[in-house]
Design a protein around this ligand. Structure first.
Ligand SMILES: NCc1[nH]cc(CCC(=O)O)c1CC(=O)O
Length: 320
């Protein structure tokens, strides 16, 4: 009798972006494993009813955690996430088994009128819930008003179209993946407007002891992307955990390959101080590069800045 292939269950959040990313990963996996059968299991989480926290970022990854729980329990074989949304301290039973080829890490400005950041009228209301984006916007344009915005990517775009916001800042990767890149007006350079660590990368999480799945996922691993995000995440590991702190970090593989340059940027609460660091190192030792850039940041006072943010965020949360 013909043996039927077992179906591999794939967990994802239900947002349009999460589903699109899962389909992208599956398209690559199907190519590498033509015989394999996949079933997408949408795990609806609290995050999908529009409850992402605002500026607090305290609960980073809570919704992704729910999906990872399903992996742990064996309800699904692996889960597909935005790397940027999953915390460094993954549960011991789980691993990031695969980083597929990363999309652009850049942030972009979205609005209806085709206005670049420089061209927005004074007093324009720009939406973002990221401290990192907010502080970089305010530094460029102290005369605009940066306000928190809720909702998933398409909701945020709708809020610009409806006129509730004059513009929003989003990740180019997310907009592109859900087929909405035509609303992009301006693409910020990663050295001027430093993205979040891991931005643009997809992480596939599975059980550490599931050798078969790990092996299969390895077929779509992109070593360059892995090295880049490893450097970025090693950096946040060493600088105050990264939460509640507007830390930008992006690693860029050099043209010749083999080496990566890691750019990092942190701001003080009032935006008056900005520490920017850059270092190039071997892609083979990406973790070491991340740690050494962290050391450079700390030497220049990043830890004191982080403490300032911790206090400020506590105050905001009390008021919220
Ligand atoms: N926090 C939400 C989130 N998580 C991943 C993306 C986009 C894709 C990515 O950054 O990899 C977004 C939206 C955004 O930041 O615009």
């Amino acid at each position: 009798m013909k043996k039927t292939a077992t179906t591999i269950r794939v967990g994802t959040r239900g947002s349009r972006l999460a589903v699109a990313q899962t389909e992208l990963a599956l398209a690559a996996l199907r190519k590498a494993h033509p015989g394999a059968k996949f079933e997408v299991v949408t795990i609806s989480t609290k995050g999908d009813v529009d409850r992402r926290p605002l500026f607090t970022m305290d609960e980073k990854g809570i919704f992704e955690k729910e999906v990872n729980e399903a992996v742990k329990k064996g309800q699904v074989d692996f889960a597909v996430h935005s790397l940027k949304d999953i915390p460094n301290d993954l549960s011991d039973e789980l691993i990031v088994a695969c980083i597929p080829k990363r999309a652009s890490p850049n942030d972009v400005l979205v609005n209806e009128k085709g206005q670049k950041l420089k061209e927005l009228a004074a007093g324009s209301v720009v939406g973002t819930s990221s401290l990192r984006r907010a502080i970089q916007l305010m530094k460029e344009r102290p005369d605009i008003s940066v306000k928190p915005i809720r909702g998933n990517v398409e909701t945020r775009v709708k809020k610009v179209i409806s006129g509730e916001f004059d513009a929003v800042v989003l990740a180019e990767a997310g907009l592109t993946r859900i087929g909405m890149k035509d609303v992009i007006v301006e693409r910020f350079g990663v050295r001027d407007f430093v993205p979040a660590p891991g931005q643009g990368a997809i992480a596939i999480v599975c059980r550490r002891d599931d050798k078969k799945t790990i092996e299969m996922l390895r077929s779509i691993e992109d070593p360059r992307s892995r090295a880049e995000v490893t450097a970025e995440r090693a950096l946040i590991e060493k600088v105050e955990g990264g939460c509640r702190f507007p830390l930008g970090a992006v690693a860029v593989t050099t043209k010749e390959g083999g080496k990566i340059t890691l750019y990092a940027s942190v701001f003080s609460v009032d935006g008056s101080r900005n520490i920017k660091v850059r270092k190039t190192g071997s892609a083979k030792n990406a973790e070491k590069l991340g740690r050494s850039v962290a050391d450079l940041l700390v030497k220049q006072g990043a830890q004191e800045m982080a403490e300032g943010w911790r206090r400020a965020v506590e105050e905001w949360n009390k008021k919220a």
